[in-house]
Design a protein around this ligand. Structure first.
Ligand code: NAD
Length: 271
């Protein structure tokens, strides 16, 4: 678990304010990112799924989060209200973290072509891809001085991964959306990037059949021969969200112990 106490402290985010969307519990990638941002002096607002407040609020309070707003991304009124609260609390913001995805777990197994329904295809796209477009548009209105947006994606967008199915298609849309948003918002000095994280043990991963295999194969085959560390993902987020990342936009950065470069595993390590 990322813990603010164990992270190196610094000033890279001092004076910056922003919104983190997608903390569900202490295993969430958004939580690891938020802990890193807090350790570097950022001021944050968090949104959470309405029924998760009891779990989320104590985690945020421990990191000094200034505002908690419920947000169901499929509902315009809920998004409207969340961003209005952020505007009221902060006025302008400098960054946005989007770490939200959902698909029916019954369709995250077996045959993609046989098991994918129209209803879940559209819902997965809505929550996992369109919500970033919607959040980016709203966040940009609060960024008169420029800013930085990030979202979280996975290799299943570029390559087929067993059981990842419709989420892979949604992540491909999310990555393409990242490039289009980066193009549109670049002239306003707003940078937009995606982090392609290796498999990390979270609530979302638990919904994917064979999620454990994704972690185990990563550890076995990746060049670094280790799990993707949430702190490593958070470190990349810090680079992209701080001024260190000032010339990078429209990028998909892999933080996966190098797993994505492997065509085949080493001989004798296939099993
Ligand atoms: P998580 O379950 O902790 O986070 C997912 C978040 O999405 C939760 O906070 C949940 O409340 C939120 N969410 C789902 N539906 C929502 C809705 N309708 N409205 C508002 N919020 C909603 O899991 P995580 O693994 O930290 O996921 C964060 C992001 O990282 C996701 O985009 C996920 O696809 C991506 N990612 C995860 C992994 C991994 O292995 N865990 C790898 C690469 C990318």
């Amino acid at each position: 678990m990322a813990d603010e106490m164990t992270l190196p402290k610094g000033e890279l985010m001092r004076g910056k304010r922003g919104l983190v969307m997608g903390v569900a519990n202490h295993n969430s990638i958004a939580y690891a990112i938020a802990a890193q941002l807090a350790a570097q002096g950022a001021e944050m607002a968090w949104t959470y799924l309405p029924d998760m407040e009891r779990r989320v609020r104590p985690l945020g309070e421990a990191l000094g989060v200034k505002l908690f707003a419920p947000c169901q991304v499929t509902e315009d009124a809920s998004m409207e209200s969340a961003f209005a609260q952020v505007e009221q609390a902060f006025g302008a913001i400098d960054f946005l973290v989007h770490a939200i995805a959902f698909s029916d777990k019954n369709e995250l197994k077996g045959s993609f072509v046989e098991n994918t329904t129209r209803e879940n295809f559209l819902r997965s796209m809505d929550i996992s891809a369109f919500s970033f477009v919607d959040a980016a548009r709203r966040a940009a209105k609060l960024m008169p001085n420029g800013g930085s947006l990030i979202t979280l994606t996975y290799l299943g967008s570029e390559r087929t991964i067993p059981n990842y199915n419709v989420m892979g298609v949604a992540k491909a849309a999310l990555e393409a959306a990242t490039r289009y948003i980066a193009r549109d918002l670049g002239p306003k000095k707003i940078r937009v990037n995606a982090i392609s994280a290796g498999a990390v043990r979270t609530l979302s991963l638990a919904g994917i059949s064979g999620g454990r295999t994704m972690i185990a194969k990563g550890r076995q085959w990746a060049p670094l021969r280790e799990d993707t560390a949430p702190e490593g993902v958070a470190g990349c987020a810090l680079w992209l969200l701080s001024d260190l990342g000032r010339s990078t936009t429209g990028e998909v950065v892999h933080v996966d112990a190098g797993f994505h470069i492997m065509g085949l595993p080493e001989e004798g390590e296939e099993g």
